[in-house]
Design a protein around this ligand. Structure first.
Ligand SMILES: Nc1ncnc2c1ncn2[C@@H]1O[C@H](COP(=O)(O)OP(=O)(O)OP(=O)(O)O)[C@@H](O)[C@H]1O
Ligand SMILES: O=P(O)(O)OC[C@H]1O[C@H](OP(=O)(O)OP(=O)(O)O)[C@H](O)[C@@H]1O
Ligand SMILES: [Mg+2]
Length: 297
C-alpha cells in the first residue's frame, strides 16, 4: 500500500451516525470539502480526510490499513472483532462518543414463557450479529440455531422463519410493534472512535494525538454548563454546598455592594430546574446557566 501522509477517517456515508459524527469532527476544528462522488471528503486546513462508507465496512477498512481511524457503533466493531480473529484483535476503541446509543438484546414473543437463557435451547434465533450472539450463547451454554439476516430481524418470528430474535433496541418501539419483549441485554452500544491498538509512528500519529486531545475537550464541554449567580456573603456557604459537581467556584466582587458576591461555577452536567430552585431558596439570585463553547485546561 502507498504510504500516506494525511490521516484518513472512515465514517458512515448515510445513516444514523452520519450527522452526529460530522458535527463532532467539525467541533474538533475539522472541515471537509465534499467531492463529487461523495465517498471521499478532502480535509481543509488540517491533513485529515474522510472516507464515507457503509458502517459494516469500517472495522475492516481500519484493520487493512486503508483508514487510520473510524467512527462506528460498538456493536459493529465488536461483531467484527468476534469474527475476524487476529485481524479484529488489533482494533480498539480510542474514545466513546456519546451518540448512537442503543443495546443489542434478545427478545421473545410476548406470549412465550421465558426465565433464563437456557430456555432458548433448541430454538431458532434471527440476528444480524451472529458473532456476538454466538459468543453469548456459548457463555450461557445454550445450544440454539442462529439465523443470520441483514435487516428487518424483528419480523422473523411473525413470518415463522425464527422463534426469537437478537437485535438492536433503542426506544423499544420496534419490539412493541412486533409483539416482542426484551429479555437479555448482550451489549450496551454507542458510537466509538475505533483504530488500531498502536498509532502510526509518522506525522499521522501526531495528528491522531491532536485529534484525541480536541475530542476530549469537546466531549468534556458538551455536557458542561457555566452557572453564574449572585449571593450575599452570609448565604455563600449554603449556596456553594448545593452546587452540582465541578471545580471550586470563582468569586467576584459586585461593584457598590460590598456584602454581595458574583459566583461562577463550572458544572459537570445539566443543571435541573429543581436544583436551581434549591440554590435560589438558599439565597442566590440573578442566576444564569450557560452552555460552554470550548475549554482548554
Ligand atoms: N434505533 C437506534 N437508535 C440509536 N442508534 C441506533 C439505532 N439503531 C442503530 N443504531 C446505531 O447506529 C448505527 C448505524 O445504524 P443504521 O441504521 O444507520 O445502520 P445501517 O442501516 O447498517 O447503515 P449502513 O447503510 O451504513 O450499513 C448502528 O450500528 C448502531 O450502532
Ligand atoms: O428500539 P427502537 O427505537 O425501535 O429502535 C430499534 C430499531 O432501530 C434499528 O433499525 P432501523 O430503524 O435503523 O432500521 P433498519 O434495521 O432497517 O436499518 C434497529 O435495527 C431496530 O430495528
Ligand atoms: Mg450497516
Amino acid at each position: 500500500m502507498k504510504p500516506r501522509d494525511r490521516l484518513r477517517i472512515a465514517m458512515q456515508k448515510s445513516g444514523r451516525l452520519t450527522e452526529p459524527a460530522l458535527e463532532l469532527l467539525n467541533r474538533c476544528g475539522l472541515s471537509f470539502r465534499q467531492s463529487r462522488d461523495k465517498l471521499f471528503c478532502f480535509g481543509e486546513g488540517e491533513p485529515v480526510d474522510l472516507l464515507l462508507v457503509r458502517d459494516d465496512d469500517i472495522p475492516g477498512l481500519i484493520a487493512q490499513g486503508v483508514c487510520d481511524l473510524g467512527i462506528v457503533g460498538r456493536n459493529v466493531l465488536n461483531e467484527f472483532k468476534g469474527i475476524a480473529g487476529d485481524g479484529g484483535a488489533a482494533l480498539t476503541e480510542w474514545r466513546s462518543l456519546g451518540f448512537g446509543r442503543c443495546r443489542l438484546s434478545v427478545a421473545v414473543p410476548h406470549d412465550m414463557a421465558y426465565n433464563a437463557p437456557t430456555d432458548l435451547s433448541g430454538l431458532r434465533i434471527a440476528t444480524s450479529y451472529p458473532g456476538l450472539l454466538g459468543a453469548w450463547l456459548r457463555e450461557n451454554s445454550v445450544d440454539a440455531s442462529v439465523i443470520t439476516l441483514a435487516g428487518s430481524v424483528e419480523i422473523a418470528p411473525k413470518l415463522g422463519t425464527a422463534d426469537v430474535i437478537c437485535d438492536l433496541v433503542q426506544s423499544g418501539g420496534t419490539l412493541v410493534a412486533n409483539q416482542l419483549r426484551e429479555t437479555d441485554v448482550l451489549l450496551q452500544s454507542e458510537a466509538v472512535l475505533a483504530g488500531p491498538q498502536s498509532l502510526p509512528t509518522d506525522e499521522r500519529g501526531d495528528m491522531v494525538e491532536l485529534l484525541l486531545k480536541r475530542l476530549d475537550g469537546v466531549i468534556q464541554v458538551r455536557e458542561s454548563r457555566l452557572l453564574l449567580l449572585q449571593t450575599s456573603r452570609t448565604t455563600l456557604d449554603a449556596v456553594t454546598r448545593l452546587l452540582p459537581g465541578g471545580p471550586q467556584p470563582t468569586l467576584l466582587p459586585v461593584a457598590g455592594q460590598p456584602d454581595q458576591l458574583m459566583l461562577q461555577a463550572l458544572c459537570a452536567g445539566e443543571v435541573s430546574w429543581r436544583q436551581l430552585e434549591e440554590i435560589k431558596k438558599a439565597g442566590a439570585r440573578e442566576m444564569f446557566v450557560l452552555p460552554v463553547e470550548k475549554m482548554l485546561a
